[in-house]
Design a protein around this ligand. Sequence first.
Ligand SMILES: [Zn+2]
Length: 122
Amino acid sequence: MGWFSSDHPGHEGYVVGLVPRSEWAWRELTTGDDGEHPLRMIAVGCDCGWRSPRLYAPPGTRWSPYIVDLPTKTDDERAYRIWWHGHIENAGEVEPAPTLREEADRIHEVAYPLAERMAVRR
Ligand SMILES: [Zn+2]
């Protein structure tokens, strides 16, 4: 079901479905998330824990327990290329520093719930 490369054991790529956890944060769909429904956001992931930045899902993308169905073969190929060129080509090398965008997303997800809690406390 996932993408393998015999030259890179320990890595299996796949598409991750994302749903809102709060106004500012997302969580990954996993086993236990039953029911079919459309997806607005996805990421490309790997069994080793690697994740691409969040991506807008192509229209027609669906969660169908327990996989993400992309609408076309071209979309599947795009996702595979993100896994391959964004991760597997460099697997085994030192992890690159996060990009400015990844770091901004991470801070955004941490900072906004914190700001909400602080606002409630006043
Ligand atoms: Zn991997």
